[in-house]
Design a protein around this ligand. Structure first.
Ligand code: HEM
Length: 411
């Protein structure tokens, strides 16, 4: 292994730097143009795949790029795998088969009325004020309330939300592994109680169905049940909040787009996809090289970490014309990698889209004159990106929100 093998691809990319959040996608695009397969010395060293085609190739090839050594850069200090995200085939496929039927658009249909109610109820206490922070006060509770409703967890959302947030933050904080372990233990203890209350009993909710399920004639082990429930509970928290925040930000800063949406609701799915492409809440995930391989002119060796840089791939000019332009009419709107690609593609993408659609339709119906009310704050962790604050103003009071149920539509 020569040093030159990596040095020829060297870039300055440290995903732990908080300042990166302000300039993330521009920085990644510059790197992509200079060095599509890049080597960074940060976090113990990793390859960054910046082109759309390379991220798709690596995501499809689990025999070369495994998830079993962890999916975060830098690696986390947690003691058990998150399931199915850190499983390779064939076990991975068995877990997908178990969970996926509950998260298809058809299976989610009956939850739509509940989600509309959660969104309307969330806005109700803010309505009289005429001002709010759309991220911290409105968006934050939505995904946790929704997933708990679907799974059947009845504890108060604030407790689960703070357990989940602490867990995700600690998950990315490798400087302080003891903090990560403590946060993981707190979430695990809470979920272990929820699981124990359902194990071996007739299932009354989705959580009960999942923890009593069998794979190849065997019930899930305690570690498997916990790893699965943990991921289902936390995977959509910050990600969906970030998705809501940037979508509303775009709504408020693209007046022509808003005018079109106000007169033509069939554009809502296109709006969601273009926002997801431009602002992927998860801008990278990791793999580990299992066998020697060559990507473009880079030789990758076993044991090396690989970053799948969705945030660069979504702005790849070889895939999307004029990639930084906001364009509801661009061809291939859904071909972004915001939900990943291949066998680990997001299991909750249908749910995330439903939540985004519900919020967007609510705002278009009830608050058509919503306006930005001050500077926004961008932020992120090692693989997440989004708005930490989005101040808005609107006409205070008014008619109480109506809950509309509409059929979902694909782009
Ligand atoms: C806008 C919101 C969301 C974004 C941007 C997002 C993003 C992602 C990405 C990029 C992956 C692929 C990881 C990889 O390739 O290693 C993933 C996987 C996953 N997501 Fe999401 N996600 C979102 C919402 C949700 C929700 C609401 C759920 C709840 C059910 C969820 C559950 C999962 C699960 C279980 C996996 C692992 C799938 C597997 O390994 O087979 N996600 N997500």
């Amino acid at each position: 292994m020569t040093d030159d093998r990596r040095q020829r691809h060297l870039v300055d990319l440290d995903n732990r730097r908080p300042e990166l959040a302000d300039e993330l996608f521009g920085t990644l695009a510059d790197m992509q143009a200079r060095c599509p397969v890049a080597w960074s010395e940060a976090s113990g060293g990793f390859w960054a795949l910046l082109k759309h085609a390379d991220v798709v190739t690596a995501s499809a090839d689990w025999e070369t790029f495994t998830v079993t050594e962890g999916i975060m850069i830098p690696p986390t200090g947690k003691s058990m795998p998150v399931i199915p995200a850190e499983l390779d085939p064939p076990r991975h496929g068995a877990f997908r088969k178990l969970v996926l039927p509950h998260f298809t658009p058809k299976a989610l249909g009956p939850w739509e009325a509940d989600i509309r109610r959660i969104v309307a109820d969330g806005f109700a206490p803010l309505a009289e004020r005429g001002r709010a922070d759309l991220v911290t006060e409105f968006a934050r509770p939505v995904p946790v309330l929704v997933i708990c409703r679907i799974l059947g967890i009845r504890s108060d959302w604030e407790r689960i939300h703070s357990l989940g947030e602490e867990f995700m933050e600690a998950f990315a904080d490798t400087e302080h592994p003891e903090r990560g372990r403590a946060a993981a233990q707190r979430l695990e203890a809470f979920l272990a109680e929820e699981i124990a209350a359902r194990r071996g009993r007739p299932a009354e909710d989705l959580l009960g169905q999942l923890v009593n399920a069998e794979i190849e004639g065997e019930t899930l082990s305690d570690v498997e049940a916990l790893g699965l429930v943990q991921l289902l509970v936390v995977a959509g928290h910050g990600t969906t909040v970030d998705g809501i925040g940037t979508m509303v930000y775009r709504l408020l800063t693209e007046p022509d787009v808003r005018d079109r949406l106000l007169t033509d609701r069939s554009l809502v799915p296109k709006m969601i996809e273009e926002c997801l492409r431009l602002h992927p809440p998860v801008w990278n995930m990791a793999r580990t090289v299992r066998r020697e391989t060559t990507l473009r002119d880079a030789e990758l060796c076993p044991g090396e970490k690989v970053m799948l840089a969705f945030g660069a791939a979504n702005h790849d000019p070889d895939k999307f014309d004029d990639p930084f332009a906001f364009d509801l009419d661009r061809p291939g709107l859904t071909q972004h990698l915001t939900f990943g690609s291949g066998r680990h593609r997001c299991l909750g993408e249908g749910l995330a889209r439903l939540e985004l659609r519900t919020v967007l339709e609510y705002l278009l119906d009830e608050l058509p004159a919503l306006e930005l009310d001050g500077p926004v704050v961008w932020g992120g962790h090692t693989n997440s990106h989004g708005l930490r604050s989005l101040p808005v103003r609107f006409a205070a009071g008014g008619e109480p929100a109506t809950v509309r149920i509409q059929e979902g539509g694909d782009v």
